[in-house]
Design a protein around this ligand. Structure first.
Ligand SMILES: [Zn+2]
Length: 160
């Protein structure tokens, strides 16, 4: 596995490598790590026009949240989530949660957690980190965070 991106500060390389020498981290730029990672997205006006994002949607009927990633525009991803629910297609944890519990999600207040992430490997990795961060309420499938356990210490270090 090769992790290419600018989301890893150099001091973490050795830690990751110690856990799994198979993982190669290629950094583009270390200096902006803390500004970029888990940064607050201020531009709420055009969030539905954003693509290459990690997003969070809250359940209207319980404390559950769904963390997702997509290269699509957020508005198109939301459309697909709604369609899945309408046709009873349990192909995401969000749809399954809605269909099995008769709950609905607050699509209007969907939050973009991370944007400008056009590398699919980075996006999926960051999504997993967010699912871990919200693990107490996330409705995501356990398989969505498979392989992330060994990075838990790093995640705690970077998000707290
Ligand atoms: Zn719910």
């Amino acid at each position: 596995m090769t992790y290419i991106g600018d989301a890893f500060p150099s001091f973490l390389h050795n830690i990751v490598w110690k856990y799994d020498p198979q993982i190669k981290i290629v950094n583009k730029n270390c200096s902006t790590f803390y500004e970029k990672f888990f940064s607050k997205i201020k531009d709420k006006v055009n969030k539905k026009q954003k693509s290459n994002i990690i997003y969070k949607i809250e359940c209207n009927d319980c404390s559950g949240v769904y963390i997702g990633e997509t290269k699509q525009l957020l508005k198109n991803r939301i459309y697909n989530h709604k369609r899945d629910i309408d046709i009873n297609e349990c192909n995401t944890a969000l749809a399954e949660h809605c269909i099995n519990n008769s709950h609905s999600f607050n699509f209007e207040n969907c939050r973009v957690l991370h944007d400008n992430c056009d590398n699919v490997i980075n996006r999926k990795f960051i999504e997993k980190m967010y699912i871990r961060k919200f693990k107490n309420t996330a409705v995501n499938f356990i398989s969505d965070i498979k392989g992330i356990e060994m990075y838990e210490g790093i995640i705690r270090h970077t998000c707290m």
